[in-house]
Design a protein around this ligand. Structure first.
Ligand code: MG
Length: 487
C-alpha cells in the first residue's frame, strides 16, 4: 500500500476515534461524499451542504463533508485574539486560533471586556480545543456573576464553534437533540408615561412580526403624578395602580391573549413586602412573567423570591446576572423560588453551562427557561443553538431592534432578516454556522484593529508559583524563599 494511502486511512481512523471519544459516535456517520470532501472546505448551505433530517424522523443522519484539513487528534490552540464592536452595548468578540486553520468565534457578555477572555490565554494555548470540559474546568475559577461570566462564556462558544466545524456538525448537535427548528424572540419596548402611546409602540412591535412582548414599568414612568411614589421613591398603591394602567393599555392594544412580560428592575422594590405589593397589583394582567422585582436584580435572593411567590399568582423571573449552576442557580431552582429562569447566555456560561442549568431546572422542578440577550448576532446565534436543545424554552431577547440598523449585517451565513416573523431559524451548518462580516465589523470597531495579535496575556496573571516555600518579605523586611533552579 502506498504511504500516502496509509496516511489517509490512519487519519480517517483518527477522525473516527476522536468522534467516538467526544461522544459523537452514535450520531456520526461518514457519508461517501464526506470521504471525497474537498480539503479545506466547510459546507455552509447550498448545493453539497449537509443533509439534516429532523429529529425523530427515523432517517440516518449524515452530517456531510468533514473538514479534512483538521486532524482532530493533533489539533491545538495557538492563540486567542479579540476586537470590540461599538454598539448600544459594546460587543467584545474573540477568535480562538488553532494549528490547522480551523478557528472558533465567541463573544464576551455585552458591555463586558474582551480581556476577561484574553486573560485565559495561558490556560488555552497548546491544548486541544476539543477538550471543552477540561478547558472550561480550568477557566471556571475566574468566572463569576454579571460581566465576569463573559470570558468563560466566550471561550465556551468558540470551542463549540471549532468542534462543530471539525466534526461537520452544528453546535446544537454537540449539545443534544434539536427540540425546535426556530427560536422565538422578543424585544424590549421603549417606555413612556402615556398609556396610549405605550400601546401604539407595542402595536409597532407586532407589525415587525414579533409574537412575544415585553415592556418596562419603572418609577420614572409612574412617577409623573403626585402621590404615585412615596418620599423614598417607592411606588405607592396609587402608583402601582398607574403601572397597571400602562400594562392594561398595552394589553388592550395587542390583545389579552398575547404573551406579555413586564420588566420591573427599575420599580425600586427593595423589600419582600414591596415585591408582594407589586406582584399582586399586576395579577389581573396575567403576565408571562414579572422580571427582576428587586432593584439590583438580586438573583441570589432566592428566599425573598420564594416568599413573594407564595403570595401571588403572578409568574416571577430572574437570573440575567447569574453564572453557573452551582455558583448562581441551584438554590433558586431547588427551592422553586421563581417560575422561569432568565439566563444571559454570555454570563450564565455559554452553550454548555447554560444548557446544564436549563436542563437541571426543567428536570428537577419543571422550571422554564428564557434567555436574556443584549449581544451581537454572533452571540445571539450561539444562544439559538443552545435554545434549540432545551425542553421547555420560552423566548430569547434582542436588545438591538430600535437602536442598531446594521445589527444583523454583522454576520454572514444565514438568511436575512435574521429575525423572521419573530423567530430565528436554527442553523444547520457546522459550528455556529455563521461568520463575521469583516467589512461591516470594521466599520463599527470601538478601537482600531481586527483580531490583532498581542503579547499582553502570554504570561499567566495567576499561578506563577510552582512549589517550594512561598517567596515573601519576612518579619525583618527581607525577601526570602526566592525561587531558584534547585526547586
Ligand atoms: Mg432585564
Amino acid at each position: 500500500m502506498k504511504a500516502s494511502r496509509m496516511r489517509d486511512l490512519s487519519r480517517r481512523a483518527m477522525l473516527y476515534q476522536a468522534a467516538a471519544a467526544s461522544g459523537l459516535g452514535g450520531v456520526y456517520t461518514m457519508s461517501a461524499s464526506a470521504q471525497q470532501a474537498t480539503p479545506g472546505r466547510v459546507p455552509a448551505g447550498g448545493p453539497g451542504a449537509p443533509t439534516l433530517p429532523g429529529p425523530g424522523r427515523g432517517a440516518p443522519v449524515h452530517y456531510g463533508p468533514i473538514n479534512k484539513f483538521s486532524s482532530p487528534s493533533d489539533l491545538k490552540i495557538t492563540d486567542i485574539r479579540a476586537l470590540r464592536v461599538a454598539a448600544n452595548f459594546d460587543y467584545p468578540i474573540i477568535k480562538v486560533f488553532t494549528n490547522q486553520d480551523v478557528y472558533g468565534l465567541g463573544e464576551v457578555r455585552d458591555a463586558g471586556d474582551e480581556n476577561l477572555a484574553l486573560a485565559m490565554k495561558p490556560l488555552l494555548v497548546g491544548r486541544s480545543p476539543l477538550d471543552i470540559s477540561g478547558i472550561l474546568q480550568s477557566v471556571r475559577p475566574y468566572a463569576g456573576p454579571g460581566r465576569q461570566g463573559g470570558g468563560f462564556s466566550a471561550i465556551d462558544i468558540a470551542l463549540h464553534d471549532i468542534t462543530g466545524k471539525v466534526f461537520g456538525v452544528p453546535v446544537w448537535r454537540l449539545l443534544g437533540d434539536k427540540k425546535r427548528d426556530r427560536v422565538r424572540m422578543y424585544c424590549d419596548t421603549t417606555g413612556t408615561r402615556d398609556p396610549k402611546k405605550y400601546g401604539e409602540r407595542m402595536i409597532a412591535r407586532m407589525k415587525l412580526g414579533f409574537t412575544f412582548f415585553k415592556m418596562d414599568v419603572t418609577t420614572n414612568f409612574i412617577g409623573g403624578t403626585p402621590g404615585n411614589l412615596d418620599t423614598e421613591g417607592i411606588p405607592t398603591d396609587k402608583g402601582l395602580e398607574y403601572g397597571g394602567e400602562l400594562i392594561g393599555a398595552v394589553r388592550d392594544a395587542i390583545g389579552w391573549d398575547k404573551p406579555l412580560a413586564v420588566d420591573a428592575a427599575s420599580l425600586r422594590c427593595g423589600t419582600v413586602t414591596d415585591g408582594i405589593r407589586a406582584a399582586k397589583a399586576f395579577e389581573k394582567y396575567r403576565l408571562s412573567w414579572l422580571e427582576d422585582l428587586f432593584y439590583t436584580g438580586g438573583f441570589w435572593r432566592w428566599k425573598d423570591f420564594k416568599e413573594i411567590k407564595a403570595h401571588t399568582s403572578t409568574k416571577l423571573l430572574t437570573g440575567e446576572d447569574g453564572f453557573g449552576l452551582e455558583e448562581g442557580f441551584q438554590e433558586l431552582i431547588d427551592n422553586r423560588a421563581v417560575d422561569i429562569i432568565h439566563l444571559d447566555h454570555g454570563t450564565s456560561g455559554g452553550c454548555r453551562e447554560t444548557k446544564r442549568i436549563a436542563d437541571y431546572a426543567y428536570n428537577r422542578e419543571r422550571i422554564q427557561t428564557a434567555i436574556h440577550m443584549a449581544g451581537s448576532p454572533l452571540a445571539t446565534i450561539a444562544a439559538v443553538h443552545t435554545a434549540a436543545t432545551l425542553d421547555d424554552f420560552v423566548a430569547m431577547e434582542c436588545h438591538a431592534v430600535d437602536f442598531i440598523s446594521w445589527w444583523q449585517q454583522l454576520i454572514t451565513g444565514l438568511p436575512q432578516p435574521l429575525i423572521d416573523r419573530g423567530y430565528i431559524a436554527v442553523p444547520d451548518a457546522p459550528g455556529l454556522g455563521v461568520e463575521l462580516n469583516e467589512a461591516v465589523v470594521k466599520e463599527h470597531l470601538r478601537q482600531p484593529g481586527y483580531f490583532e495579535p498581542g503579547t499582553r496575556w502570554d504570561e499567566s496573571f495567576v499561578g506563577r508559583f510552582r512549589g517550594g516555600p512561598w517567596p515573601h518579605f519576612n518579619v525583618d523586611g527581607v525577601w526570602v524563599n526566592e525561587r531558584t533552579e534547585d526547586y
